[in-house]
Design a protein around this ligand. Structure first.
Ligand code: AR6
Length: 178
């Protein structure tokens, strides 16, 4: 599904974040050490290869809500933006921290004049953030950030299941209706 909002294409697609060849950057749901892990981080580091972690090491550790950018090595993108989501129930206030993840990731993309970026559902896997609540944070953040975007023209939310796709699509429909 795709809508256009203030000249920005917003898409929801089911797929693997490490296989988004047409995007300038993908966002990694990282750990504080920016090390290979499970889930999204495992897929991204696995596809990028060991050079990615070598570039990450001097940038770590990062705090919840922060985002840093590296090259993408074996991934089909130019850059990876690594952000650390809040662990639900531990890092507080989680809404603010999750919002910061998206805001700071968009900031890194803009600083590097990127045109397109793909996001996974930060914190909604191992970190346990309830998906419905996370999607609300994602879209409220997006609505405040979109007017500030100069270079970005396409944002893609890459989801892993039909259930997540439906959740994002219903939110996207709400946003499209204003
Ligand atoms: N492509 C797209 N989405 C995915 C993929 C993929 N390849 N794999 C999982 N998801 P998670 P977190 C979905 O756990 O909660 C790591 O070990 C998944 O269904 O990757 O921020 C790190 O090292 C879920 O909805 O990220 C950290 O320690 C969402 O992406 C920790 O996990 C995020 O799941 C980060 O946990």
């Amino acid at each position: 599904m795709r809508i256009e909002l203030q000249n920005i294409e917003i898409e929801v697609e089911k797929g693997d974040i490490s296989n988004q060849a047409d995007l300038d950057a993908v966002v990694n749901a990282a750990n504080a050490e920016l090390a290979p892990g499970g889930g999204v981080a495992g897929a991204i580091h696995g596809a990028a290869g060991p050079k990615l972690y070598e570039e990450c090491k001097p940038l770590a550790p990062i705090a919840p809500g922060e985002a840093v950018i590296t090259r993408a090595y074996g991934l089909p993108n130019k850059f990876v933006i690594h952000t650390l989501g809040p662990v639900y129930g531990k890092d507080k206030p989680e809404e603010q921290l999750l919002s910061n993840c998206y805001r700071n990731s968009l900031k890194r993309a803009e600083e590097n004049k990127l045109k397109s970026v793909g996001f996974p559902g930060i914190s909604t896997g191992i970190f346990g953030y309830p998906k419905e609540d996370a999607v609300d944070v994602v879209f409220s953040t997006l609505l405040t950030e979109i007017p500030q975007l100069e270079h970005l023209k396409k944002l893609r939310f890459v989801v892993f299941s039909d259930e997540d796709r439906e959740l994002y699509e219903s939110k996207l429909r709400e946003v499209a209706l204003g």
